[in-house]
Design a protein around this ligand. Structure first.
Ligand SMILES: Cc1cc2nc3c(=O)[nH]c(=O)nc-3n(C[C@H](O)[C@H](O)[C@H](O)COP(=O)(O)OP(=O)(O)OC[C@H]3O[C@@H](n4cnc5c(N)ncnc54)[C@H](O)[C@@H]3O)c2cc1C
Length: 489
């Protein structure tokens, strides 16, 4: 069937193309077969000749605008998913599973693939202590719907990220130190596996698959259609923005890394070294549940003489929206790339110096950042093998991002294409430099939601000692590798 599709691509390539031997090119699927698929679904099938296809085939990151899936299926139910998988199997068309479309490597799409998109399954139903959420709901919509009931979930900060893509690979954010990661708050999931079976997974039913989905579930085991997530009461919360002159970046990073991971659970913080056309900058954001007195007190422990120093308390949803970094509309979507590493110890003065120099020396034409996101609290209190998210002993997650403006709409003019290629090469070079500078100081683990096709041993970095059990479950639930991409289990 779809066996060995992109897993044959050499590691280090991120192209999500589908050129498998043993897989029929999707162009050979007869037109009437596509029509029969459409008629058998409640959802919709969009093919390259359809007016809605260009928008439907796009991911969040413009870097992947050239991908040409064979079709995008907007499924409306688990039965639609099962029918789509049956079609893919019968016609030898490789599949890709998509929710919010934020995959850093474009693995929720691909040339010639049948993209199974769950975005129309976006309901949010509130129950005592939990919420039943359609797998295609976006975080911003989930937070807004839950806020009407005075509750929220532990999730990420970007409002357009899909709740399932986030949760199945971990999910850190403002509340993860207080209540655990998104995957720690997953109570049940409905998943359609490669055999077309709709499986309810929880602690009692399909416990092995339920274990795998919490950290290892992004695209490898089936299509998740619904999640039941634990909710938490929230009323007001507080946020702070701090900045210093760049000349004090080393002092600030040194102080922050010894401070943020040991804050009380109800507090969270991230630090950012950033460089764009305006030059380099160092800033810290912080969050606390409730009023801001205790947070203000703790912020005094960071270096003084700040150029920005604000703190406020607001209704929780307003605080969440303040942290929502991505407001890019379809017209100004960026191109970006990312790498990551977890850190179990504070960085030495030498490593801090290397990070600062690498940010400072970033080439012109790209924006770069090194973010450090506080872990600890409830994240680290889970035993490493209770879920497939094994990164439970770290002080912070380092995330390195390079972004650039790709110019006009695709197909690009020759000049835009040249500028885009030059920026992409500069981004690649800078990410390599910051990764090399900091990787030796990291634990060797990386965040599986920050997918990085260049990782030399991604199984170890993402899944550590959970790898063996995950691979065994992959063989059990997806023996023909229906769900396959370069870093599929
Ligand atoms: C701007 C931005 C901000 C981010 N902020 C945060 C943050 O604050 N915290 C954090 O933890 N992470 C964050 N991330 C990382 C994010 O969690 C991952 O990129 C996540 O995988 C995106 O999920 P998605 O559904 O939007 O993407 P998609 O591209 O749709 O999916 C990502 C992966 O999950 C698989 N998948 C998606 N839906 C399903 C499903 N229903 N069933 C099975 N597999 C599925 C896809 O096949 C793909 O491999 C951010 C990413 C971006 C780009």
């Amino acid at each position: 069937m779809t066996r060995d599709l992109e897993s044959r691509a050499p590691h280090g390539t991120s192209a999500p193309g589908a050129t498998a031997s043993g897989t029929r090119p999707s162009g050979t699927v007869p037109d009437d077969a596509w029509q029969i698929l459409e008629q058998s679904l409640d959802g919709e099938v969009l093919r390259p000749e359809d007016a809605g296809y260009p928008a439907a085939s796009r991911l969040f990151n413009r870097r992947f605008d050239d991908l040409r899936p064979a079709a995008v299926v907007f499924v409306h139910s688990a039965d639609d998913v099962a029918e789509s998988l049956r079609f893919a199997r019968a016609h030898g068309v490789p599949v890709a599973v998509r929710s919010g479309g934020h995959s850093y490597a474009g693995w929720s799409s691909g040339h010639g693939r049948l993209v199974i998109d769950v975005r129309r399954m976006n309901h949010v139903t509130v129950h005592p202590g939990t919420a039943l959420v359609g797998a295609g709901a976006r975080l911003g919509d989930v937070y807004a719907a839950l806020d009407e009931h005075g509750v929220t979930i532990s999730g990420g900060t970007c409002p357009s990220v899909g709740v399932s893509g986030l949760t199945l690979g971990g999910g850190h954010g403002l509340l993860s130190r207080a209540y655990g990661l998104s995957c720690d708050n997953l109570v049940e999931a409905t998943v359609v596996t490669a055999d077309g079976m709709v499986r309810a997974c929880g602690a009692e039913t399909e416990p092995d698959l339920f274990w795998a989905l919490r950290g290892g579930g992004n695209g490898s085991f089936g299509v998740v259609t619904e999640l039941r997530l634990r909710t938490h009461a929230v009323h007001e919360s507080s946020s702070a923005d701090l900045a210093w002159p760049w000349s004090r970046a080393a002092e600030v990073l040194a102080a922050w890394q010894d401070w943020a991971p040991d804050l009380p659970d109800e507090m969270w913080s991230a630090l950012r070294l950033h460089k764009d056309a305006n030059g380099p900058s160092v800033s810290v954001v912080a969050f606390a549940l409730g009023g801001h007195d205790a947070l203000a007190e703790r912020l005094r422990e960071l270096p003084g003489e700040r150029t920005v120093d604000t703190i406020r308390t607001e209704p929780h949803l307003d605080t969440v929206r303040r942290f929502a970094g991505d407001t890019a509309g379809p017209a100004d979507r960026p191109c970006y790339d990312v790498r990551s590493g977890f850190f179990a110890r504070s960085l030495s003065a030498e490593a801090i110096g290397a990070a600062i120099t690498t940010v400072e020396n970033a080439p012109a034409g790209i924006d770069v950042s090194m973010a450090a996101v506080a872990m600890g609290g409830a994240v680290n209190r889970r035993p490493p093998h209770e879920t497939a998210f094994v990164h439970r002993h770290h002080r912070f997650l380092g995330q390195y991002e390079a972004s650039w403006d790709p110019g006009g709409e695709r197909p690009a003019s020759a000049a835009d294409a040249d500028a885009d290629a030059a920026a992409a090469a500069a981004a690649e070079q800078w990410l390599g430099a910051i990764y090399s500078a900091l990787w030796p100081h990291s634990s060797g683990e990386a965040y599986q939601n920050d997918v990085d096709p260049r990782l030399p041993d991604w199984r170890h970095s993402y899944y550590g000692s959970a790898t063996g059990r995950l691979e065994e479950l992959k063989r059990r639930y997806d023996p023909d590798r229906m769900f396959d991409f370069p870093q599929a289990l």
